[in-house]
Design a protein around this ligand. Structure first.
Ligand code: HPA
Ligand code: ZN
Length: 341
């Protein structure tokens, strides 16, 4: 099958994305349009000059460089409507890409870091955008709140405190992201404990730029339900066994792993080996705009670079549905599993 045919087929294929950051889902085009409509300072309004500032495509692969792409836009959001606009657009674009179920994560701290609005305003606004977009498009969206290792424990505690005060049924999951190399997850241990006690699903970025020991720690010490990336588990049989026994899903994002420099090429990605070993895995985008990818592109790469067939893709989606943070899994299964019968 030629690439165009395969792309069209994969675009139509109903897909689940459990690991996508809103911060990394805003295309250069959307930034420019949002700035023109709502204000917000951009280093340039020239699309071709903006692209390399927020996308990694032409850079040598590297974790620090990838993370640096988020810095530029922390202070961008000058009015809350610009946050609404980018969140709505991110959901719309996911739906247009054939994503039927999306867990969209974001850090309220990131969006409120210019101090012009509070984290609770951010949460309320993004929820409104998600509701508006998902009532208009054929997609179900569950928000996950992200805390960052890089912002420190106090800010993370502030975000978790907000979640704890919210009415039940507002937020279902907590994620920890940021620089795994520089900042250990250990200082956040009490927060993970509190999150679990509040009934939140817990996903921890681990074993991405560091080794399998971080995956073990996330599972054994912090009781993560899912792991963001976690691909270094492949280096340690006992960690893979642990993931199988405890049924912990790795949220795998191949293009991200390439641009962060943790795999040398998609062809060499360990997702197939992990699957064959029985480790629960799903296929996701991470930061589609920063990585200039879509979930369709990830599926095309899975087929053309990794030899996945349609059945493998069905299995990945069925497995993802088993690990969602959506509160009523049976209801969700009734709504979605028919896609992969
Ligand atoms: N790793 C760590 N932090 C992140 C990532 C990631 O892949 N994406 C967005 N924030
Ligand atoms: Zn991520």
């Amino acid at each position: 099958m030629n690439r165009e045919k395969l792309f069209n087929k994969m675009k139509k294929f109903p897909k689940v994305d459990l690991h996508r950051h809103l911060e990394g889902s805003i295309s250069p085009q959307t930034f420019i349009k949002t700035a023109e409509k709502y204000g917000g300072k951009l280093p340039t309004h020239d699309l071709e000059k903006l692209k390399p500032l927020i996308q990694v495509q032409n850079d040598p692969p590297g974790f620090e460089n990838f993370l640096s792409k988020f810095d530029l836009f922390r202070g961008f959001y000058s009015v809350i409507n610009s946050v609404e606009n980018i969140a709505f657009t991110a959901v719309k674009e996911a739906a247009e890409d054939g994503v039927k179920y999306l867990e969209l994560r974001y850090s309220p701290t990131h969006f409120s870091s210019n101090g012009r609005f509070s984290e609770s305003e951010v949460i309320e606004c993004i929820q409104g955008a998600i509701d508006r977009a998902s009532s208009r498009f054929d997609i179900i969206v569950t928000p996950i709140l992200t805390i960052s290792r890089d912002y420190g424990v106090d800010l993370a505690e502030q975000t978790l405190g907000l979640i704890e005060k919210m009415p039940k049924g507002f937020v279902y999951g907590l994620d920890i992201a940021g620089d795994e190399v520089k900042n250990s997850a250990k200082p956040f241990a009490d927060l993970f404990d509190r999150a679990k006690k509040s009934g939140l699903g817990l996903t921890i970025h681990a074993g991405e730029a560091c080794g399998a020991a971080n995956v073990r720690e996330a599972v054994v010490d912090f009781h993560a339900d899912r792991i963001g990336h976690g691909i270094s588990s492949v280096e340690d049989e006992s960690v893979m066994k642990l993931l199988c026994e405890k049924n912990i899903m790795l949220e795998v994002c191949p293009t991200s792993n390439f641009y962060t420099g943790v795999v040398p090429s998609i062809k060499n990605h360990p997702i197939k080996k992990l699957m064959e070993t029985g480790v629960p895995v799903s296929l996701n985008t991470d930061d589609p705009a920063i990585l200039a990818t879509t979930l369709t592109d990830e599926y095309v790469a899975a087929v053309s670079e990794l030899g996945f067939d349609e059945n493998d893709l069905k299995v990945l989606n069925q497995a993802a549905i088993e690990h969602v943070f959506y509160p009523d899994k049976e209801k969700l299964k009734n709504m979605l599993l028919h896609y992969w019968d």
